[in-house]
Design a protein around this ligand. Structure first.
Ligand SMILES: [Zn+2]
Length: 289
């Protein structure tokens, strides 16, 4: 395959970054119209599987943004690979309206394989929240694409010592607990968000995208090679629409960049335009060699 200056289209090349403070590693590939997959190994969470890689196979949970082939085409392969490797049951979350068709695709492959896969498929609507680990919750976000599409947010719940007890001694805290008083309060941290395929309207409508520590924003088009109007028509975002957004993210991860841009060009445009807009920009592009 001609990779057109996008090394991630060669097997094995991925973008990967560990976020030390947040305690997770984001890895993936995303080329608009070709293939998108992302994983956070510590959470056993994959998002989309346009192609299936060992990183995606290892994840127990797959959150699909929508049913386009470059995002969901690897679903049955993922299930077959998990079965082959004896990795146990798998859970898939997807937009509720896509569930019937996705189930049919997998059932067709099950009949060809002559055995069922060990999986559950759960349809979600925007605003739905499901636990993916004891302290982690996955939230479905409303994307604005040409077919039903969900973005995703991941929240971590922590129980912090009440402010009134901070500075108190161990015995004082223990005594308060023995008296039956609450000594902690719940705090939800928004660690991660991802837009899915969406028009830029989503950034304004969905605060999670602006507020997550690490926020992945589809940025399919970067310059005059495609107009904002064309991007909107296709249900996508143009970089120029993201420049006046009041970002509060720690790191912005532009992804789903069109094949029209080779990796170096994309990185250069993104850094130049977003440099003064967000404190840290890390495009989902493999480091050039
Ligand atoms: Zn799409």
């Amino acid at each position: 395959m001609n990779t057109g200056g996008r090394p991630e289209l060669s097997p094995g090349a991925t973008a990967r970054r560990h976020f030390e403070d947040e305690g997770f590693t984001l890895e993936g590939v995303s080329v608009a119209g070709v293939a998108t997959w992302l994983t956070i190994g510590q959470w056993s969470l994959a998002i989309d599987c346009g192609v299936v890689t060992p990183q995606v196979v290892r994840c127990r949970t797959l959150a699909l943004t929508h049913g386009h082939m470059d995002h969901a085409g690897g679903l049955a392969t993922w299930l077959a690979m998990r079965r082959l490797n004896g990795l146990g049951s798998s859970t898939v979350y997807a937009p509720a309206s896509a569930v019937g068709a996705l189930r049919k695709v997998v059932e067709t492959w099950e009949s060809l394989h002559r055995h069922p896969f060990d999986w559950q498929l759960i349809g979600l609507e925007p605003g739905d929240r499901v636990p993916i680990r004891g302290d982690l919750t996955l939230e479905a976000l409303p994307a604005d694409h040409v077919v039903p599409c969900l973005g995703w947010a991941v929240w971590r719940t922590k129980h912090r010592l009440l402010r009134s007890l901070q500075g108190a001694s161990g015995p004082e805290i223990k005594a308060a607990k023995l008296r039956g008083e609450a000594i902690t309060q719940r705090a939800d941290e928004l660690l991660f968000a991802l837009s899915g395929d969406s028009r830029a309207t989503m950034v304004h409508d969905v605060p999670q995208l602006r507020q997550a520590r690490v926020s992945c924003m589809e940025t399919t088009f970067l310059d005059k090679r495609c107009s904002i109007a064309q991007a909107q028509l296709g249900g996508h975002t143009h970089l120029d629409e993201l420049l006046d957004v009041p970002w509060q993210v720690k790191t912005l991860v532009p992804y789903h960049i069109s094949q029209r841009y080779n990796g170096d060009v994309a990185r250069r445009i993104l850094t130049a335009k977003l440099g003064g807009v967000v404190q840290d920009v890390w495009p989902l592009l493999p480091e050039s060699e």
